[in-house]
Write a protein that binds this ligand. Structure first.
Ligand code: OGA
Ligand code: NI
Length: 204
């Protein structure tokens, strides 16, 4: 299994991405890490995200861009909002560290990133199989990084992220970061609880 469970002995900012994680990314196209942020920071990110998820900034999520954009709640059941830099500065800083680190160590040439808050209500069908790359865009999405914010998530609530071709299922548990190649097909299984995530796309 291409996973890494860090016990938190190293301060997370001391080593943004480990050799093992890079190796997983190169071999399997993904890795995930628990305890991504120190507990207090993770809770700050969560409470800001919860507040945002209850605000009037949330919109029904769609698929595709420009003229191809459409909303289809059977295909994708979440509500979303784009994150502004000032919404959760400490989180945006950590993403910037990751961007620099990926470029230094894996030569990915990532120039920018954008982050979206995603909220699935209980009973959401999830998000059917798709890739995160858009053919009609100038910049290319290379990496997807998702940070989950669901304290006490239980397997019976579903909502796992399934990444193909190996059908690896990842539960959206609090303070877990998953990183995968945007070109890999993936889906969100039907959701039986309230599911909150911050999804970032790093583009080249
Ligand atoms: C997406 C996506 C997966 C997840 O937003 O494109 O695939 O686990 N999200 O929330
Ligand atoms: Ni996706």
């Amino acid at each position: 299994m291409p996973t890494l469970r860090r016990r938190g002995r190293l301060h997370p900012t001391a080593l943004p991405v480990s050799d093992f994680e890079f190796d997983c990314l190169a071999r399997h196209g993904l890795f995930y890490r628990d305890h991504f942020l120190p507990v207090k920071q993770a809770n700050v990110v969560r409470s800001r995200a919860v507040r945002l998820s209850r605000s009037n900034r949330m919109k029904e999520a769609g698929m595709g861009r420009g003229q191809r954009f459409r909303v289809d709640s059977a295909t994708r059941g979440d509500q979303i909002s784009w994150l502004e830099r000032s919404d959760i500065p400490l989180f945006t800083q950590r993403l910037e560290h990751l961007r620099v680190e990926f470029n230094k160590r894996a030569f990915l040439g990532l120039k920018s990133f954008q982050t979206q808050l995603s909220f699935h209500r209980q009973g959401s069908p999830g998000y059917k199989k798709h890739r995160d790359t858009f053919r009609d865009s100038g910049s290319r999405r290379v990496l997807t990084a998702i940070f989950y914010l669901n304290v006490g998530w239980k397997p019976e609530l579903g909502g796992q992220l399934r990444i193909y071709p190996d059908s690896i299922d990842i539960s959206p548990t609090h303070n877990r970061l998953v990183v995968f190649l945007a070109e890999l097909e993936h889906e969100v299984l039907p959701v039986q609880g309230q599911r909150l995530a911050l999804t970032t796309w790093f583009s080249a």
